[in-house]
Design a protein around this ligand. Structure first.
Ligand code: MRU
Length: 347
């Protein structure tokens, strides 16, 4: 199965509309910034690395028809697009990383003609995406070494093909281990409220021929108590300089459970997910989403009485002391994190 979550095609951003899965594998084209913003907000395109790619193409989309006569004017248009894309979702570092890379290229080439800068921006988006594809494969390579034959792995949300360009971070580790001949079982948490685990991860793993079993989020402790889980691997949206990692809400629960049951808990993420300007997880901005995601079944059928108060954070932060190791494209990072993150990422 060759799937590509996001690419530039026919003069627009081509994405899989993930809100239609698993019922329908539907592609859509995005040709203006407003549609991109909505696609990100509504999780048609989602997952930290895929958001980085969406942001980079978004910047290109924002300036490709620019008629600016000088760099000052062009730069204003570019930064307007950047601010708009940045306002879509706050947590995934990759989204901002994508924007910043594009803005830097424009600035570095400010003395060139606008048409040349546009071409360079197109190239940069392509380059960023190719780098991300490679980064996921490297994560797979390093992570697969941690997996034993016959391991049973628990994961949450979707950190696979659908969250990246075409491979995955946490699921990339699983794909690579399977490719190396290891026999694996995976349990996928359904991941309330938007069910990325139930809708996306089980769909993707089944298509890749991985033995996957779906559980409700509140069943993880029981599985661990019964000795059914050898490892937990999750993705990340932003990792602070001390190794605290933000990921889909419920990830912290799993890390606490792993600690109690003495099960290794791994985070898998590319270098573009690290934010070394943020000292600890306390400073990671956490997105809060609409109440209806919790009170209604996919905005279609109410499951609570009207007017019930809701708290709906989309992410939580797992403190670094609960993380056994962080699997990155530059190698596996182990504690002490502050020192080793700086050493491995900058090395
Ligand atoms: O709200 P989402 O679906 O964008 O959340 C995605 C996650 O939490 C993923 O685990 C994370 O982005 C890592 S993706 C490789």
């Amino acid at each position: 199965m060759d799937l590509r979550t996001i690419e530039w095609k026919n003069n627009g951003i081509k994405i899989i509309d993930q809100t239609k899965l698993p019922g329908e594998l539907k592609y859509m084209y995005i040709r203006d910034l407003k549609s991109l913003w909505r696609a990100i907000k509504e999780l048609k395109v989602r997952g930290a690395p895929a958001l980085g790619a969406a942001a980079a193409w978004g910047i290109y989309l924002g300036i490709k028809n620019s008629r600016a006569g000088n760099f000052g004017e062009f730069s204003r248009e570019l930064h307007k697009a950047a601010r708009y894309i940045a306002s879509s979702r706050p947590t995934a570092r990759n989204l901002f990383w994508g924007i910043e890379r594009m803005c830097c290229v424009a600035l570095r080439n400010k003395y060139k003609p606008i048409s040349a800068i546009k071409r360079l921006l197109f190239k940069e988006a392509q380059k960023l995406i190719e780098e991300d594809r490679l980064a996921c494969r490297r994560i797979g390579h390093y992570g697969a070494k941690l997996i034993k034959d016959k391991d049973t792995i628990l994961t949450i949300c979707n950190a696979g093909i659908l969250a990246t360009i075409d491979y995955g971070t946490a699921l990339g580790v699983i794909y690579k281990a399977k490719q190396g001949g290891k026999r694996l079982k995976v349990y996928a948490c359904e991941t309330r409220p938007l069910l990325q685990g139930a809708r996306l991860t089980t769909w993707e793993l089944k298509k890749k021929g991985i033995d996957v079993t779906l559980i409700c989020d509140n069943m993880a402790a029981t599985l661990m108590q019964q000795g059914k889980i050898n490892k937990v691997i999750a993705g990340a949206d932003r990792i602070a300089a001390d190794g605290d990692a933000a990921n889909k809400i419920g990830t912290y629960n799993l890390a606490v459970l792993c600690h109690y049951h003495n099960i290794p808990f791994y985070i898998a993420a590319p270098h573009s997910t690290f934010d070394l300007t943020i000292k600890t997880g306390r400073d990671i901005p956490i997105e809060e989403r609409k109440a209806q995601e919790v009170t209604e079944l996919f905005f279609k059928r109410p499951i609570t009485a009207k007017g019930i108060k809701v708290f709906n954070p989309a992410f939580d932060v797992t403190p670094h002391n609960l993380i056994t190791a962080i699997i990155t494209d530059k190698g596996v990072i182990r504690p002490p994190y502050r020192r080793n993150i700086a050493k491995i990422l900058n090395g």
